[in-house]
Design a protein around this ligand. Sequence first.
Ligand SMILES: [Zn+2]
Ligand SMILES: [Zn+2]
Length: 322
Amino acid sequence: MRARGGYRRPRKIFERSCSVGRTVGILCNSWSFLILRECLFGARRFQTFQSILGLPRQTLAIRLKQLTSQGLLRQAQYSERPQRSEYRLTEMGMDLYPLFLALLNFGDKWLAGKSGPPLQLFHRSCGRACTPVVACSHCGKGVDAAHTTYRDGPGAGTSPLNRTKRNRRQSEHTLLEKRRPCSVARSLKIIGDYWSFMVNREAFFGVRKFDEIQTKLGIAPTILTDRLGRLVSEGILAKKKYQDLPERFEYRLTAMGKDLYLPLIAMLRWGDRWLSGDAPPLILTHTICGHDFDPAVICNKCGKPVEARAMIYELHYKNPMA
Ligand SMILES: [Zn+2]
Ligand SMILES: [Zn+2]
């Protein structure tokens, strides 16, 4: 029997099937995400990645190889003599663009500081400076957590939790902005850690109490305490007392935390499309129009869908090495 409040590591833990978890598994390596970011900016060659990101050659080579084997990048030869090849985004990699924009939006809104967002986007199709927004594919209106419900899809269920390497927090976060400020990097500092993201996901599912979160995720109490502490200090969660005798607390999403919804569903959409075959584990319903929807990223000025090729960036990286 388990002692009240005690923790015993179960033999095998099952987690809710959710594309977000699978997607984070691929993307929670911060360097991988930054390489993909540079690809979306048009970088293709080893030397370009290296000079922008300042990674050791070996680390960069390993990451590029990994991203290629995961199907996000492909190698293409651009010179025969000497033989040289470059890395290009596959369709799967290109499809990360809405997620990238959702993280960018979040960082711009909450983490940009006094100097404002470091990156300005222009939509080529309408020619205007724009902010991409996540919208309902059915009615075209913006979506947020308060107006979305979910239900199990055909791929719902649980799958064995793979524990490997997840308990170790990625220590690379401090390096993310070494070369240039970036709202995506700032957002990743908060949610680019597997457990932080999973705790947030549970918060969106309405799981708010320590014991409940621990049970759902099969997370060790020390790690959960650490992540909850971080998320509270970063302003994502607020610790609220819900009972006096005995004193009990729960963790609720703040306004800032609720805005993580868009990166979360962008991950969900990407994972559903590329990692779960034809059976999405979750189906989202937009309560404003009453229809099931896919999250779509549209331009806030013209309302048309945005994609990487149709965007121009104006970089405000004035003092990148400062
Ligand atoms: Zn709708
Ligand atoms: Zn536009």
